[in-house]
Design a protein around this ligand. Structure first.
Ligand SMILES: Nc1ncnc2c1ncn2[C@@H]1O[C@H](COP(=O)(O)OP(=O)(O)OP(=O)(O)O)[C@@H](O)[C@H]1O
Length: 306
């Protein structure tokens, strides 16, 4: 996937060995433009190391990572291609956010006016002249994104950007990242907070112990695991309903309280089949697919401390 104009990220057989620890182990995955991709893994899975290799900050032991078909270090004007937030932004404590961004603009040959544009984009325009030392963690996260967006990059890479954000901040982050992806940008965002990723990402790349576990659209990854959507249904005619559901190729199991649990169908489908068979229902509850459960199942036994 390294055709000209392709603005995704391609990681191929990427490996990083630190003495006895193989932080990243023969990792390959693709991140597509126009989508938010969640990069997921338990603590110590190798996410930060992989992101740092993509950004040319860590030299791979083996393998390659390219952004828009080129290695980061070979990009002629990297700030205009790739924006990155690796940790809560740090800036000179006595400097205002606006001046902090202007310093970066000057170093990168960008007009000063860009500082105000990105401050507005992240909702810091009214506090842009306040000193950095008074900023909350959430404001620092926003400032980090503002700095990453200075060069109007087509690719955005964020390491744990929701750390320290309150629910409103997380909603804001989700809306911003989705809007940036809708403009055709490539957005790769790492997290170990799975429930959040379920709301935020279109695709996920799941790693554990440095290796790829699964990648694909969220719904697809969830659909193939125990975390997939299921329906709980209670009826005085349990045996009859179970037979009807199995005839419809659905997987059914009985809960200890006698309720049935149906996999691979939504409540509407179960209700419809029950109605057609003349089965009386006393309870019909849909349980959403759960990334947390899928993740635990996928990484079970692979996420031990290293
Ligand atoms: N510079 C280094 N020297 C030695 N070991 C390292 C170095 N950087 C990372 N590691 C090890 O590599 C493994 C992966 O670490 P990494 O920080 O990439 O994981 P992570 O998925 O980002 O975890 P977290 O969510 O906790 O940040 C860990 O075992 C870590 O201790």
């Amino acid at each position: 996937m390294s055709q000209p104009g392709y603005e995704g990220i391609t990681v191929e057989h990427l490996t990083k060995q630190y003495h006895r620890v193989r932080a990243v182990d023969d990792l390959s995955f693709t991140v597509h433009p126009g989508r938010v991709t969640g990069f997921l893994g338990p603590n110590g899975a190798g996410k930060t190391t992989a992101l740092r290799m993509i950004l040319g900050l860590v030299t791979p032991t083996a393998g390659t990572a390219t952004v828009g078909g080129a290695r980061y270090v070979d990009l002629p004007d990297p700030l205009r291609h790739v924006g990155a937030v690796l940790e809560a932004s740090s800036a000179h404590r006595g400097r205002s956010a606006r001046n902090h961004l202007r310093v970066i603009c000057r170093a990168a040959g960008l007009p000063d006016s860009r500082a105000d544009e990105v401050l507005t984009m992240v909702g810091l325009n009214t506090v842009g002249t306040r000193k950095f030392k008074g900023y909350s963690l959430g404001m620092k996260q926003r400032l980090g994104i503002a700095a990453a967006m200075l060069g109007d990059p087509r690719v955005l890479i964020l390491d744990e950007p929701t750390n320290g954000l309150d629910p409103e901040g997380i909603r804001w982050m989700r809306d911003l990242l989705r809007a940036l992806a809708a403009e055709g940008r490539t957005v790769l965002v790492s997290s170990h907070l799975l429930a959040e990723m379920q709301q935020l990402a279109d695709d996920v790349v799941i790693i554990a112990a440095g290796r790829l576990i699964r990648q694909g659209p969220v719904a697809e990854v969830l659909g193939n695991t125990a975390g997939a959507a299921r329906v709980r249904v209670r009826t005085p005619q349990a045996e009859q309903l179970a037979a009807v559901l199995r005839d419809a190729q659905l997987q059914v199991s009985a809960d200890p309280d006698g309720a049935l649990r149906v996999f691979g169908a939504d409540p509407a489908r179960v209700g419809q089949l029950a109605f057609a068979a003349g089965v009386e229902l006393h309870e019909l509850i849909g349980e959403n697919a759960d990334l947390e459960r899928a993740f635990l199942e996928l990484t079970a036994g692979k996420a031990g401390a290293r």
